[in-house]
Design a protein around this ligand. Structure first.
Ligand code: ADE
Length: 227
């Protein structure tokens, strides 16, 4: 069983998303589990504040260290001290399929979602093991990035997809994009399914698909072929 913990101010957003579709079914099957931990539950302030003005001035608010730290301690109690803590930030290493593959081997992962202008640096220094971005753009918070990561990682965990082969034979699996797919009918508005796919000749089909993957990658993502 894989355990994914999300430290967030918006637990409903995270749980509603992940309980849907394939990740939700995997949770029902007991293959993965996810838990959104509400950072606000750990504030010691009377009015439930979790943020304050930045020292030195400037726009926006900063999430305070104490509730983040205490929420982390609550999770650490269940997950163990060696659990990776991934801070979702546009300043992190950019997430990709290779990183997802590596993380799919971890039994416990904590995702820390910031909001406002960020989180007090001191608690980040104390608990974060990895800084990860999902791309070079800025979102309003780390929740969507954490959901993107959990979705991508989960489908690589054995048993989550009904057909485990579909996780192997897909875009990026060999740094190539996936070949085009077709289903019935054989002809749609005058457009026919490529002949080779109807031939039943497995070697020819495999060769055609490999060629299509290469052509597609060259046209759409030539950067992937550079390595
Ligand atoms: N938080 C805000 N923008 C982000 C991004 N691009 N990746 C991860 N976390 C973020």
């Amino acid at each position: 069983m894989k355990n994914y913990y999300v430290m967030t101010l918006f637990p409903d957003m995270v749980m509603n998303g992940l309980n849907t579709s394939i990740t939700g079914r995997a949770k029902e099957k007991g293959i993965i589990n996810f838990e959104a931990v509400n950072i606000r539950d750990f504030t010691k302030e009377k009015h439930g504040h979790v943020d304050d003005y930045p020292y030195g001035g400037g726009a926006g608010m900063v999430m305070q260290a104490q509730p983040v730290y205490d929420a982390y301690k609550y999770i650490e109690n269940k997950s163990g001290v060696n659990t990776r803590v991934i801070y979702m930030t546009p300043q992190g290493k950019v997430f990709n399929q290779q990183m997802a593959k590596e993380l799919s081997c971890e039994d416990n992962i904590i995702f820390l979602c910031g909001h406002y202008e960020g989180i007090d640096e001191r608690v980040l220094e104390m608990i974060v093991t990895d800084n990860v971005s999902i791309g070079d753009y800025v979102l309003t918070g780390g929740e969507l990035p954490a959901m993107v990561m959990i979705d991508t990682i989960s489908r690589l965990v054995p048993g989550v997809l009904n057909n485990d082969l579909s996780a192997l034979d897909e875009s990026f699996s060999e740094n190539l994009l996936e070949y085009p797919q077709y289903t019935r009918p054989e002809e749609f508005m005058g457009k026919k399914v490529p002949e080779v796919l109807l031939s039943g000749h497995h070697a020819n089909i495999a060769a055609w698909r490999k060629e299509q993957s290469l052509i597609r990658t060259k046209n759409r993502r030539p950067d992937l072929l550079d390595g």
